[in-house]
Design a protein around this ligand. Structure first.
Ligand code: FES
Length: 104
């Protein structure tokens, strides 16, 4: 079941929001009216990924410049070598919901 992280009209295209769900910091993006959610923690050295520049679907870690694809968390450039978690997002009854899929 999804967890509500924003109202459906809260973020315009190009906007983002840092949210905390179950003690995890996530960053929610609206890119061209589609929502994406990834961890707000860089896999290189725990940098605050959500504070980085985002161009197209690429976000750049503000700490050392690693790039990731916001659509699936895949790593695109050094110095990071590991993907970061991404989470399915859906819009349900006016709410943006994120599904936490890696609960152990
Ligand atoms: S912490 Fe993100 S690139 Fe180093």
């Amino acid at each position: 079941m999804g967890i509500r992280v924003a109202a459906a009209d809260e973020l315009g295209p190009g906007q983002r929001k840092i949210v905390e769900v179950d003690g995890r910091r996530l960053v929610l993006f609206n890119i061209e009216n589609n929502y994406y959610c990834i961890a707000d923690v860089c896999s290189h050295d725990d940098g605050p990924l959500g504070d980085g520049n985002c161009e197209g679907f690429q976000i750049e870690c503000p700490r050392h410049g690693a790039k990731f694809d916001v659509r699936d968390g895949s790593v695109l450039s050094f110095p990071a070598i590991r993907d970061i978690p991404s989470y399915p997002v859906s819009v349900v009854s006016g709410s943006v919901e994120v599904e936490i899929t890696d609960v152990t």
